[in-house]
Design a protein around this ligand. Structure first.
Ligand SMILES: Nc1ncnc2c1ncn2[C@@H]1O[C@H](COP(=O)(O)OP(=O)(O)OP(=O)(O)O)[C@@H](O)[C@H]1O
Ligand SMILES: [Mg+2]
Length: 299
């Protein structure tokens, strides 16, 4: 279990973490979401013991010592420094020896890990010749070498195509099934939905923590999908009652205060703009709506 208790961290005059407290239960997959600069990486680095908090405490399974060096905690940083001119296996050897593992142990574990991550056929490929998804899998492989009980992954699938992201998640579920606690950040809301628990932070403050399902229930406003020929992304922005609008090329998604009054207003405004089909329907709030709501509108 990871316990973060009242952790505050400042960089010069920037308050990066503001009295953050949370608990990650053993054997869970815990997601951290929040906009750029929210403090996600800073929190992970404090948990790993790579950064010292100004105040507060992090307990890992009840102990205060940093576990990173003992190998009980694996960390995949946001920007991993793979050695492009080393092969997959050479990278693994290099990182294994950094952790102080013997050559034989590295070989034995690399065999298992490369099977899990599907990189076994690419052992001899130079890291810079791997696809984006494979590079991330190699990073993950390196962070697994010590067989950590807790795995911390900072945006591990960023920039990876949807199929590879699915494969990556299968691996995470498998590791979790085998007993590993996984704490990760992600900019992808479909991935956020896959976590057992989800925390949202903004400007260094923890604003919400719950299961993905319960978090979505916090969105007290309604969501409308409007399909029109209107291609202006800002068309619905200043309509009274519309709290937020986003444009997906073929539909507008609106968070609205009062569905009845706003719907008729929208219909009035949007219909004359289009000769072809117009539709407007209330839809279930998504995790992305919640993210926008917490980031842009307030709690
Ligand atoms: N070493 C540092 N020196 C100064 N400021 C820093 C440092 N590291 C982070 N910050 C600042 O602290 C705040 C939190 O940064 P952090 O990297 O933790 O955010 P993040 O949520 O990981 O963002 P992103 O989604 O872009 O990765 C930001 O304002 C950032 O500029
Ligand atoms: Mg970050």
């Amino acid at each position: 279990m990871i316990e973060v208790i009242n952790v505050t961290k400042t960089f010069a005059d920037k308050l990066a973490l503001d009295q953050v407290s949370l608990q990650v239960k053993g054997q869970s997959i815990f997601g951290l979401i929040g906009p750029d600069g929210a403090g996600k990486t800073t929190l992970f680095r404090v948990i790993c013991g790579l950064l010292r908090a100004d105040s507060g405490q992090v307990l890992l399974d009840g102990g205060t010592a940093s576990r990173l060096s003992k190998g009980e905690l694996g960390y995949m940083p946001q920007r991993f420094s793979l050695y492009g001119d080393l092969t997959v296996m050479e990278n693994i050897n290099f990182f294994g020896s950094l952790y102080g593992l013997s050559h034989n142990l590295i070989l034995q574990r690399a065999g298992e890990i490369l099977d899990i991550t599907g990189l076994a056929p690419f052992k001899k490929r130079l890291a810079h010749q791997l696809s984006g998804g494979m590079k991330q899998k190699l990073s993950l492989s390196c962070s697994l070498l010590t067989r950590p009980k807790i795995l911390i992954l900072d945006e591990p699938t960023y920039g990876v195509d949807p199929d590879s992201r699915k494969e990556f998640w299968k691996i995470l579920y498998q590791l979790n099934h085998e007993g590993m606690t996984v704490l990760l950040s992600t900019p992808y809301m479909d991935e956020a939905e896959l976590c057992h628990q989800l925390a949202f932070i903004n400007q260094g403050q923890l604003l919400a923590l719950d299961t993905p399902g319960h978090l979505k229930e916090r969105l007290l406003h309604q969501v409308l999908e409007v399909r029109t020929g209107v291609k202006d992304p800002y068309f619905f922005n200043n309509i009274p009652g519309v709290l937020y609008s986003s444009f997906y090329g073929y539909k507008h998604r609106l968070i609205v205060e009062n569905i009845e009054s706003t719907s008729s207003l929208i219909a009035q405004l949007a219909k004359p703009q289009v000769s072809e089909s117009f539709s407007l329907e209330e839809v279930e709030p998504s995790m992305e709506d919640l993210f926008v709501y917490l980031t842009e509108i307030g709690t």
